[in-house]
Design a binder for this molecule. Structure first.
Ligand code: FMN
Length: 402
């Protein structure tokens, strides 16, 4: 057994198994390392989740907004995941107990358990009862309350998990501020994801968000000793993972954008290619302009303060970022002008035109050089991080003699 900075690893003949607060708390028949594949709506389906789990990390399927229309799609992705996991275990000639096979689902709080939408809560309960996830993740907001009973989404997950028998249903809360983290801890979550403003996808708009390492450090201090804290935002390689996992920071890391650029991810090839072609962190931005325009026609508009996206800069952000009033005016005028900004934005989105449409991506772009299988990405990051952590323990200390 070898002691490393923030973690312990056990080397066996075939595999290295990490031991952190996260791997202890979220242990399963698959988990060998403190890496999570983020639930990314429209990107993390059954194929990516299965590849992530098979690589030894915790791979989420995104349940997203969980509308009445998207229930069937989610169930199909879960079935695909189960089929791929079964094939995997058959190939390995393993037959793990069913309750130790993980299923991780990520929900968007404001829509999947809306504050005045009992039917949304019924769908959430249905998924908990029938699909029996072993882990659920919530975000935007992380903690929600049933409109009439007052029960929280955390209590419901724990209650149904217990009633299902077998393993529990653990709850991960993704937060962007210390205050949200404190609320999640008070609600009894089993783990916290500190989502920094570097992250791809939705997150707290400026000035509510925080840099990932600053937020992780503070949440590690305020979280009880048994609650793991993970870092999310801009982590795409072993350097990022090792940096986030120095003592006093994270118990594990979340990969979003890096796993988007994989063949297993859902989503357009043109978007994945744009992520690969981005040259540096300068090419990504956190902006409210995409939400401002999409909220005009989306059935599940994003509320303040979650209405900003980590995305690639493009012609649309160049024209409109920071010009809220002007965009508002253009959208109002639109009612009389079918060729206006809204129309062309929707068309560009439908066609996957990366010059106009939002390509969700975090500040780690520039260090993503190809579209590669998730398994290879995860293995490389894990190995790089291990090597860096070992080097760090030797590098910075000079022994004075005499
Ligand atoms: C394409 C995309 C979609 C996302 N969708 C979701 C989502 O549905 N639910 C969620 O909790 N987070 C979502 N996120 C945010 C991730 O959970 C995570 O915080 C983020 O990807 C971490 O930053 P990184 O992308 O720089 O790795 C999304 C991120 C991306 C890139």
């Amino acid at each position: 057994m070898k002691i490393m900075s923030a973690a312990t690893t056990t080397t066996t003949a075939t595999a290295v198994v990490w031991k952190t607060l996260f791997t202890d708390t979220f242990s399963s028949s698959c988990l060998r390392m403190p890496i999570v594949g983020a639930p990314m709506a429209g990107v993390s389906g059954g194929r990516l989740a299965a590849a992530t789990m098979q690589a030894g990390a915790l791979g989420f399927i995104a349940a997203g907004h969980l509308t009445a229309n998207s229930m069937k799609d989610l169930q199909a992705e879960i079935q695909l995941y189960r089929d791929l996991m079964k094939q995997h275990y058959d190939q390995q000639q393993q037959q793990p107990e069913p309750e130790t096979i993980p299923l991780a689902l990520g929900f968007i709080g404001h829509s999947a358990t809306g504050s005045n939408d009992e039917q949304a809560w019924d769908r959430y309960r249905h998924i908990l009862q029938h699909e029996k996830p072993t882990v659920v993740q919530f975000f935007a907001p992380a903690i929600t309350r049933h409109p009439t009973t007052g029960q929280t989404n955390v209590e419901l997950a724990h209650e149904v998990g217990r009633a299902n028998g077998g393993g529990a249903c653990l709850f991960l809360a993704q937060v962007g501020s210390v205050q949200e983290g404190i609320e999640a801890i008070a609600a009894g979550v089993d783990g916290i994801i500190a989502q920094g403003s570097e992250a791809g996808g939705h997150g707290l708009r400026h000035p509510h968000g925080n840099p990932v390492l600053t937020l992780t450090a503070r949440l590690r201090q305020v979280a009880p000793a048994h609650v793991p804290v993970l870092a999310a935002g801009g982590i795409v390689d072993g350097r990022g993972m090792a940096a986030a996992m120095v003592p006093g920071l994270a118990d594990g890391v979340v990969l979003g954008t890096r796993l988007y650029a994989t063949p297993e991810a859902l989503g357009r090839d043109a978007f994945k290619q744009a992520i690969v072609e981005a040259k540096s962190c300068d090419d990504a931005i956190r902006t409210t302009v995409f939400d401002q325009i999409q909220n005009v026609y989306f059935p599940t508009p994003w509320p303040v303060p979650y209405d900003s996206l980590g995305a690639l800069k493009n012609d649309f952000t160049a024209e409109w970022d920071g010009k809220t009033d002007a965009l508002d005016a253009a959208l109002k005028q639109q009612q009389h002008d079918a060729s206006g900004v809204l129309q062309s934005f929707r068309q560009a989105n439908e066609k996957g035109n990366v010059r106009i449409a939002p390509v969700l991506a975090g500040k780690g772009v520039g260090e993503i050089h190809s579209i590669e299988p998730a398994r290879d990405v995860i293995a490389r990051i894990e190995q790089e991080a291990r090597q860096i952590m070992q080097e760090m323990s030797n590098k910075h200390l000079v022994r004075l003699v005499g």
